[in-house]
Design a binder for this molecule. Structure first.
Ligand SMILES: [Zn+2]
Length: 144
């Protein structure tokens, strides 16, 4: 039984330049973009690097899906239609261990709303229950 039962997620729209992210998710891999000239990792996917004016397309690299919970809030009365059946729901910011400059958002499936252990280790999951329209969506789960 997942915390996110009842949550209607918006179907991710894979822009052409973000498609590798969603394709990797379908293979249960977490990838981020990489700008060669800046040697900078980038997430969420962007069309181009904001730090430099390179015309090179951004590359992609797989990262280890491990992180820590930085901060969170609980959504209780969102008017976003898809959230209504799932509220209250966690909304946590995850810092990636491999690159603390990267943050991911997660509802932390399996962690009751409001009981988020700030600072706890998390790992990425590609659970079938978060499959939306045959697109696997990365989520994060508290370890241990
Ligand atoms: Zn750059």
């Amino acid at each position: 039984m997942s915390m996110i039962d009842g949550l209607e997620r918006p179907v991710p729209v894979p822009f052409d330049w973000a498609k590798p992210f969603w394709d990797a998710a379908n293979e249960k891999k977490l990838v981020v973009q990489h700008c060669g000239p800046c040697d900078l990792n980038i997430y969420p996917p962007k069309e181009k690097c904001n730090e430099c004016d390179t015309t090179e397309p951004l590359g992609w690299k797989e990262v280890e899906g491990k992180g820590h919970i930085d901060v969170y809030l609980v959504i209780k009365d969102s008017r976003i239609k898809g959230f209504r059946g799932a509220q209250p729901i966690n909304f946590a910011i995850i810092t990636l261990d491999e690159d603390p400059g990267l943050n991911f958002l997660s509802n932390l499936p399996g962690t009751p709303a409001g009981e988020v252990p700030v600072g706890a280790a998390v790992e990425v999951i590609f659970d079938e229950s978060v499959e939306v329209g045959r697109q696997l969506v990365p989520e994060w789960r508290v370890i241990g």
